[in-house]
Every structure is written in structure tokens, then in C-alpha cells.
Design a protein around this ligand. Structure first.
Ligand SMILES: *Cc1c(COP(=O)(O)O)cnc(C)c1O
Length: 412
């Protein structure tokens, strides 16, 4: 499909060190979860931990995907059937589906105008409605009450694109309403709220993704972090069949390493050493990869800010720049966003859309009786956004080519 001239939407950075790490593990005789996973966890903690900050120690737990990590996080928080979890509509489907795995109900929250992030004001308004025993959504489309009612248990803010959410406001609301906070940090490695304060480490739990297109990749994989020892313990147990191996030294004097007890119906969500070894190399490169993405974003910013066809992505100093979500000022353009995308693709440049709001998806629409207009800001953001390629090894000439293609289509 692609010619040599084509520029893919995403491409992982894999160097000789990644190849060497894979070979080392392949030859070691131990492929699945073991020493490499433990080392990856320790190194990940070291990356995010500020020993001077005086906070409880951070636990990092490898998992086989961020989706698994989010599932385990909600399970550890004790989500019960029928309880509510507040989730932005503007996210990947994982953030919401894990609520349904545990038979909780999803309550979608709109984005703040001009951002791609959950709106703290909308979050609080939703919680107030629920507190009064009203349904989760305001009556945007006339008669009838709709959406779930019930007890809110948790909120999952998403650090969209690598730009951290307004965590101060979200944490204050969560404390007021007694909610657990699980940060979906799938885009946010490494993202800083302020110097040394990393996205994913603020809430009760944070979940990172190492999917092939993410800023750090193990092909498939993820990491759950928490400063809460009980939550971390539960996740360690449940990612591995609910098997407790620590019992042998509690109940026997012998070093019976074969002995274990099953204390819960757990899952199989562990990360193999083969992939953890990749993660360790990628982690060591994280700063270098971030610099490369920043350089590309700076070129895009400079090129697109001089045109009133476009609005630049919201950003800030701690942005991991996982995505480059350019917004089209459709009122100034003679073509639709979808037609725009078709033309970019026809020119051999890969683009994507992050995200199609979840409340507009058939499953959630039907389950909760929603219409698109119930979360209008999310729909507005979706209708004008295109994600441009931003991967570390993109050459300046490739970035220039994307810029030329996008500008030429806008000017037509
Ligand atoms: C990619 C992504 C996930 C899921 O990550 P996996 O590791 O593929 O399970 C979750 N949330 C968001 C916002 C994502 O973009």
C-alpha cells in the first residue's frame, strides 16, 4: 500500500539496543515474567520517584496492557456491580469498557471547552446531580430521564495526548465526593504537572500503556503505579491468577517454593520478560524520544500558527507530545474534516482521529439512552480534529512534507 514517499501515522523507535535486549532474553531460557519484569518495575519507579518529596514509596507493576491495568485498578478499588465510574467521553474505549467488565455503570463527562480533557466543572455538576438522586445527564434533548443513577465510586481522568489534566481540581472534587482517582496515563509517559511531579502518580492509581504506537513501547504492555500499598498488593495478586506465593513462609518452615494458595479468582495479565526487556531499553531512551517529538511539534506549531485555517493543540511545559491533534477551523475551510483526511491520505501521509466520543458509540448510546448532543463539547472537538504523524525518527523533510500537504489542502 505504501510507497517509499509515504509517511506512516506512527512508527516505533526500535534500535540495536532493543534487538540486543530481545536476543539476551531469548537466549536466557526464561521468556515469561521474571527478572526483567522486576527490573523494569524498579527502573520505572526510579524514573517517577522523587526521593526528596517525602511521599510514600511508589509501586510499579507490569501488566500485559493498559486495558488490563485499568481493569485491575478498578477491581482493586472494589468497584461493585451497579456502582458508577465517571469517565471522559473523549478517550479510547478501554477507559470505559473496564467499568463494564466489573458490571459497573459508565457515566460520561464532557470535555472542557478548548481542551481535550475531562471538564472539572462538568464533573462536579454530574456528581451534584447524582447526589440529589437525579440521573447522570442533564436533559439536553427534552423529556424523559436517562442515564444511570447510583453511587459514584471512581473517576478516570485521561491525560489526552500527553498533556496532563487539571489534577488539582480533579483531586479536590474526588476528595469532596469520596471518589477513587485512576489516572489513564496511556498517553502520558513522561508528562509532568510541575517539575518532578509526573502524570500517573497523583491519583490513587495510574495506568500507562506500552502499546506499539505509544511513547514507550513493548509491542503490547502496560504499567500500573500506586503509592497505596494495599492497592498495589491487590493488583500484584490479581494480575497473576489470585495466586499468593507468600504463604509458604508463613505456614511452613520449609522453603517449599512450589507451594501456593489461590485466594481470589484472578486474571492472567502478566508481562513476559521478553517484552519487559524492550521496555527497559525504551525507558532509558524516554528523554531522547521526548526531545524528538518536541522538535517535530515545534516545527508543526511554527508552520500552522501563521494560518487561520488551524488551531494548534493545547499544550504546556510538561506535555509528552504523544499526539499532535491539529484542529481545523471548519468555518474558514471549504471542505469537511472527513474530506480533509481523505486528501491527506491520498497524498501518502498517515493521519488519524483521536477520538470518536464514546457516548456516540452504539453500545453506550443504547445502554444509556444518549444522543450525541448530550456531550456537545466532546462532539465539537471530535468534528474538527486530525492527528498528524509525530514519531521520533521522523526526518525534518518528512515533517516539512506533512506541513506542505496539510497547508495546500487548506488553501485549495
Ligand atoms: C491506548 C490507550 C489505552 C489502552 O492501552 P492498551 O495498552 O492498548 O490496552 C487506554 N487508554 C487510552 C487513552 C489509550 O489511548
Amino acid at each position: 500500500m505504501y510507497s517509499n514517499q509515504d509517511i506512516p501515522f506512527a512508527r516505533p523507535f526500535i534500535g540495536h539496543e532493543e534487538e540486543a535486549a530481545l536476543l539476551r532474553v531469548l537466549r536466557s531460557g526464561w521468556l515469561t515474567t521474571g527478572r526483567e519484569a522486576l527490573a523494569f518495575e524498579a527502573e520505572f519507579t526510579r524514573f517517577l520517584e522523587d526521593p526528596e518529596a517525602g511521599l510514600p514509596p511508589l509501586h510499579s507493576l507490569t501488566v500485559n496492557s493498559a486495558t488490563s491495568g485499568l481493569h485491575l485498578a478498578l477491581e482493586a478499588c472494589g468497584l461493585s456491580p451497579g456502582e458508577l465510574v465517571l469517565v471522559p467521553s473523549y478517550t479510547f474505549v478501554s477507559t470505559a469498557e473496564v467499568v463494564r467488565y466489573l458490571h459497573g455503570e459508565v457515566v460520561f463527562v464532557d470535555t472542557a471547552p478548548g481542551t481535550f480533557h475531562i471538564d472539572p466543572k462538568a464533573l462536579e455538576a454530574t456528581l451534584e446531580r447524582l447526589g440529589r438522586g437525579e440521573p447522570a445527564y442533564a436533559h439536553a434533548h427534552g423529556a424523559g430521564s436517562f442515564g444511570p443513577r447510583g453511587v459514584p465510586k471512581a473517576v478516570i481522568p485521561v491525560h489526552y495526548g500527553g498533556l496532563p489534566c487539571a489534577m488539582d481540581a480533579i483531586m479536590a472534587i474526588a476528595r469532596k465526593y469520596g471518589l477513587k482517582v485512576i489516572e489513564d496515563a496511556a498517553h502520558a509517559f513522561p508528562s509532568q504537572l510541575s517539575r518532578g511531579v509526573w502524570a500517573g502518580t497523583i491519583g490513587d492509581l495510574g495506568v500507562f500503556s506500552f502499546y506499539a504506537t505509544k511513547t514507550l513501547t513493548t509491542a503490547e504492555g502496560g504499567m500500573v503505579v500506586s503509592r497505596d500499598q494495599e492497592l498495589a498488593r491487590r493488583i500484584a495478586l490479581m494480575r497473576s491468577h489470585g495466586i499468593d506465593r507468600s504463604v509458604w513462609n508463613r505456614y511452613t518452615d520449609t522453603r517449599a517454593s512450589w507451594y501456593y494458595e489461590v485466594v481470589a479468582a484472578g486474571y492472567k495479565y502478566n508481562m513476559p520478560d521478553l517484552l519487559a526487556a524492550l521496555g527497559r531499553v525504551q525507558l532509558a531512551r524516554a528523554g531522547e524520544l521526548l526531545d524528538m517529538r518536541r522538535k517535530i511539534a515545534a516545527l508543526y506549531d511554527a508552520a500552522f500558527q501563521e494560518e487561520d485555517f488551524f488551531s494548534l493543540p493545547p499544550t504546556g511545559p510538561g506535555d509528552a507530545r504523544h499526539l499532535y491533534p491539529l484542529r481545523l477551523n471548519l468555518e474558514r475551510l471549504s471542505l469537511s474534516r472527513d474530506a480533509f483526511i481523505e486528501k491527506i491520505q491520498a497524498a501518502g501521509v498517515g493521519v488519524s482521529v483521536h477520538f470518536i466520543p464514546l457516548h456516540s458509540m452504539p453500545y453506550y448510546r443504547q445502554r444509556y439512552g444518549l444522543t450525541e448532543g448530550d456531550l456537545p463539547e466532546s462532539m465539537r472537538s471530535f468534528q474538527r480534529v486530525i492527528s498528524l504523524p509525530i514519531w521520533p525518527k521522523m526526518q525534518d523533510a518528512q515533517v516539512e512534507r506533512v506541513i506542505q500537504v496539510v497547508k495546500a489542502i487548506a488553501r485549495e
